[in-house]
Design a protein. Structure first.
Ligand code: PLP
Lengths: 145, 418
């Protein structure tokens, strides 16, 4: 494992040019998640119903892993049904818990597989999951899962 | 006398090991915990191998030996801080020392010098580690006392400009850090202690970041209570110190009740032993205390003056080198005046967590995050910093490695097109 394989270009690109990083007004729900060990923060706005996650926008401060992962997540689940979003979420979490054993499901995760290397660094898994946990929380609060 | 760092390094087995990509370990995280010399590791192991037994109890030889070793360690601590052995209380950590003290104070009845109510104030500072902040927040809540605090200045030192208002007739407790674990700023204690004496407030010092690094006499400081952790002073984990002045410990109610801390017990009540036994209920961390005694001897043999001067020289060098790194901002005093070897910084465009990861790739261990001083970070409008903290086993080459590591992280994260 070296720095290049942990920080794939895709991660650094999303960090520099994040997607959907502008909170939409009047969301269905707004959640705020903090990683208490490092202070990284994500605010997530979600609007959606049982057929579709219509709008997933966010704002945050934190390391490249947490911010890029949130960016990729927001892009992946936008427009998906709650069930599809949940299976993407579960697939991402599985990859994160694989201790480097899983390359990730390219079909489900798309750009998200770039984070597979992160699972070898226990201290960074929480970074990669920050935005995803916010999404899960928002979907639960909207009663979508 | 300058330190012979290569000989010192050789005493620390962990500093011989290789880490990622077979890089030697460059340990710059002693502010979180220090490494242990073989002398301490052996002392702990020797205690378990040859003398392990419950102190102050058994009617047998090894119990006597264990008691001697444990009480001997107490004497070593007392000598190290220039206090009386009966004033030295073993705890599990500074966190426990400060919490136990806050609870003991909270147990004080009306009429006791420790009694707090709505008319009392507890003074802390924005520099505090959570361990010397939350116990006082909670004590304030329980007693109705008001929590007040020193703010910081642009150098991330305490701002003393309103000290006369902050330390007033209502101030009963001043709980303050001796040296910030974020900025490295050393507190101007004489100013605080002098004013505290005028109003009759108790002074409690969080010496986690100072006791391991400088020659300290609790008597000369004129403070009332003093807490530090053994593991930051080349000692084992799980052992900490609470020191207090005898007259105060005599009047302070205990917090933990149980075995060893009593003079007599009936079905309806108990009377309590004098300090330190009064505050050491239960079978204590004997091996930890013994290890700490040996750790403090190790430091004293090298000389706390020498260690301090070495760290000052390293800090001076680090500050000069860090100042030359473009985009790097040191969070804390920019000179070595009243400052210790804790160097927090930010680098434009690189989050501390990412920088820490990149340094780790080169075997360089630093701390990143809010350093358990979240209110301070918020005040400075920062999410996190990178922190290098130096100790007796670090040398100028270690600092050079840090600088090279930062430069290569910059190349990686800030390369054009990204
Ligand atoms: C200034 C300060 N106070 C208190 C503590 C708490 O020490 P411990 O975790 O050993 O109890 C620390 C440790 O990080 C510290 O740096």
């Amino acid at each position: 494992m070296n720095l290049e394989s942990l920080y794939q270009d895709l991660i650094l690109d999303h960090y520099k040019n994040p997607l959907n990083k502008k909170l939409a007004e009047n969301p269905g729900i707004s959640v705020h998640h903090v990683n208490p060990s490092c202070g990284d923060e994500v605010t997530l706005h979600l609007t959606g119903d049982r057929s579709e996650l219509k709008s997933v926008t966010w704002d945050g401060v934190g390391c490249s892993i947490s911010q890029a992962s949130t960016s990729v997540m927001s892009d992946l689940v936008q427009g998906k049904s709650p069930a599809q979003a949940e299976s993407i979420l579960n697939s991402f979490m599985e990859m994160m818990q694989s201790k480097g054993g899983s390359q990730g499901d390219l079909e489900l995760l798309g750009d998200g597989v770039a984070f597979s290397g992160v699972s070898k660094f226990p201290a960074r898994i929480k970074c990669a999951l920050l935005g995803w946990m916010a999404l899960k929380d928002a979907m639960v609060q909207l009663d979508l899962i | 006398m300058p330190l012979d760092v290569s000989t010192i390094k050789a005493d620390f087995p962990i500093l011989q090991r290789k880490v990622r990509h077979d890089n030697p370990l460059i340990y710059l995280d002693s502010g979180a915990t220090s490494q242990k010399p073989i002398q301490v590791i052996d002392a702990v192991s020797n205690f378990y191998k040859n003398h392990n037994s419950a102190v102050h109890r058994g009617a047998h030889l090894i119990a006597e030996e264990a008691t001697d070793a444990y009480e001997g360690a107490r004497e070593k601590v007392a000598k190290f801080i220039d206090g009386d052995p009966d004033e030295v209380i073993f705890t599990k950590s500074a966190t426990e020392s400060l919490n136990a003290l806050a609870y003991s104070i909270g147990n004080a009845a009306k009429g006791s010098p420790f009694y707090l109510d709505e008319n009392s104030e507890i003074l802390v500072s924005e520099l505090e580690h959570h361990a010397n902040l939350i116990p006082w927040q909670e004590l304030a809540k329980r007693t109705g006392a008001k929590l007040t605090w020193f703010e910081i200045d642009e150098d991330v030192r305490l701002d003393y400009s309103n000290i006369d208002q902050l330390i007033n007739k209502k101030t009963k407790i001043i709980a303050i850090t001796h040296q910030s674990n974020v900025s490295g700023a050393i507190t101007d204690l004489p100013a605080i202690v002098e004013r505290a004496k005028v109003v009759g407030a108790l002074t409690i010092l969080d010496a986690c970041q100072s006791a391991p690094h400088m020659d300290i006499s609790v008597k000369k400081l004129g403070i009332d209570f003093y807490a530090f952790s053994g593991h930051k002073a080349v000692g084992p984990t799980g052992i900490g110190i609470l020191w207090g002045r005898t007259e105060l410990l005599d009047q302070l109610p205990p917090f933990l009740y149980g075995g060893s801390m009593v003079t007599s017990v009936t079905m309806t009540g108990a009377t309590f032993a004098k300090s330190p036994r009064k505050f050491e209920a239960g079978v204590p961390n004997m091996a930890g205390a013994v290890g700490l005694g040996v750790a403090l001897d190790y430091l004293s043999d090298i000389g706390m003056e020498n260690i301090h001067n070495h760290e000052i020289a390293l800090t001076q060098y680090s500050l000069e080198k860090l100042a030359q790194v473009e985009g790097l901002t040191v969070i804390g005093p920019k000179n070595v005046e009243m400052r210790g070897a804790v160097l927090s910084f930010t680098v434009d465009g690189i989050h501390p967590h990412d920088l820490g990861q990149a340094l780790d790739e080169n075997g360089i261990a630093v701390r990143t995050g809010h350093h358990c001083a979240w209110p301070l970070m918020k005040k400075m409008k920062l999410v996190a910093t990178t922190r290098a903290s130096l100790y007796l086993y670090n040398d100028f080459t270690d600092v050079d490695h840090l600088i090279t590591g930062i430069e290569s992280a910059k190349k990686f994260f800030l390369k054009s097109g990204r």
